[in-house]
Every structure is written in C-alpha cells, then in structure tokens.
Design a protein around this ligand. Structure first.
Ligand code: GRF
Length: 217
C-alpha cells in the first residue's frame, strides 16, 4: 500500500510533529512524513525530524518580500518533495488563500480548543477566564479563515480547580498527540469526505455513548 506522503510545517518545539513521526514509524500506518519545513531556524522540531531521519528545510519568512512569495516557496518545496498532504503543527504563520486553495481537502491543523470556541491564540487562558468546565483540542481541515475549517476530530478534557493555563495546556496537549495521528490516518485512508462544510467519516469507530461531565455528578 502506498503511504500518503505528508509535509509537516512547524515553527517551534514540535511535540505534535513528534506524535506524527511516532505514528508514521509504524509500518502499517498509511502516511509517511516526507518533509518537515520550519519558518524558524533552530526550531526544536527540526531536531526531532532529523532524529527520525526525515528531510528538513528552513524557509525563513523574513527572507521574503510578502506572504505570497513565502507561501510560494513553501508550496514549491513540498510539491518537489512529492507531498500530497500537509499537516500544520504549531506553524505560526497565516497562509494565503492561494496556498490554502492549492491544498483544499488535503491540509490539516491541530488547534488547542474545542472549536469553534476560542479560535486564535492564548486558548487556555481564555478558557479559564470564560469558566468553561470542559476544554480540549481539535484537528480540522484548513480553510482561508483562521481555525474555522471543517472539524475532523476532537478530544475534551475537564478544567480542574486551581488549573493554571500551563496545567490545562499540558492536559490538552496529551490529547492533541492522540487525535492528530488519528486524523492523519483517516485522511490517508481516504475516509474523510467534505460535505457542505462538515466532515463525514466513512466507517468511523463510534465514540462511547457516555458523556464527560465536569464536575462529576
Ligand atoms: C499546539 O498546542 C498546537 O495545538 C498549536 O500550537 C502548539 C504547537 O505545539 N497549534 P508543538 O510545537 O506541536 O509542541
């Protein structure tokens, strides 16, 4: 079986990249990471990729005259590497509509909130300020609007008394590392269908019926 050649775009520590690398290390996993691109030289994720024997490339946005030129360079590099899908994993750049259109239905992002709540930055601080009892993470298709694309997978965690943003973020991150490989697997298996702005999953394993209730009843 041909594995889906995937590019991962990063800007930083790359713990989600690591989760994807670990999943792809399984011979039966239907995707492989063919290239890791960072817009930041020295991003720790580059070291993770090198350790896994995956080619890396630094494309520093500061060396380009505008967003479109940077995006074109990234697009060229990932196509030259034969990639057929893209995973954004802590990639801290907004992408141009042209780039996004070129990867329609083939580009995923992981976001640290239960979308559509808390799009954008500082999600854990904002969840604590809002007093939500459940928080979590989402993997979604990337569209031109920030954090607004069709949702593929989500995981919910409780917000606990005394949580700091870091506590909550760490609890969420564990779940990001679970759902990102799951979403990439579903994409690679061709089981995701976009239909009217929502995702339909062929033969999805049903989530358990029981709900996560916080505080416990
Ligand atoms: C994650 O929380 C992800 O959801 C967000 O940026 C963070 C990246 O972390 N988009 P890492 O670089 O994958 O460790």
């Amino acid at each position: 079986m041909a594995r889906l050649k995937t590019a991962v775009l990063i800007s930083g520590r790359g713990s989600n990249l690591q989760a994807l690398l670990d999943a792809c290390a399984e011979p039966a996993f239907p995707a492989e990471i063919a290239l890791v691109v960072s817009n930041v030289a020295g991003a720790y994720g580059l070291t993770r990729a090198e350790r896994a024997g995956v080619p890396t490339l630094v494309i520093d946005h500061k060396g380009f005259d505008g967003r479109a030129a940077f995006d074109q360079a990234v697009d060229q590099a990932i196509r030259a590497a034969g990639c057929e899908a893209v995973c954004l994993a802590g990639f801290m750049r907004l992408l141009t509509p042209d780039f996004v259109a070129g990867w329609h239905g083939r580009m995923l992002n992981v976001h640290p909130s239960l979308l559509p709540a808390f799009k954008g930055l500082h999600t854990h601080e904002r969840a604590l300020e809002a007093g939500v009892r459940l928080h979590g993470c989402s993997v979604h298709f990337v569209t031109a609007d920030l954090d607004a694309g069709p949702i593929v997978a989500q995981a919910a965690v409780p917000v606990l008394r005394g949580d700091t943003p870091d506590d909550l973020g760490a609890r969420v991150l564990v779940q990001e590392h679970r759902i990102y490989p799951l979403a990439l697997r579903l994409l690679a298996e061709g089981r995701l269908r976009l239909s009217g702005g929502v995702v339909e999953i062929d033969d999805a394993t049903r989530a358990p019926e029981s709900a996560l209730v916080n505080p416990a009843p």
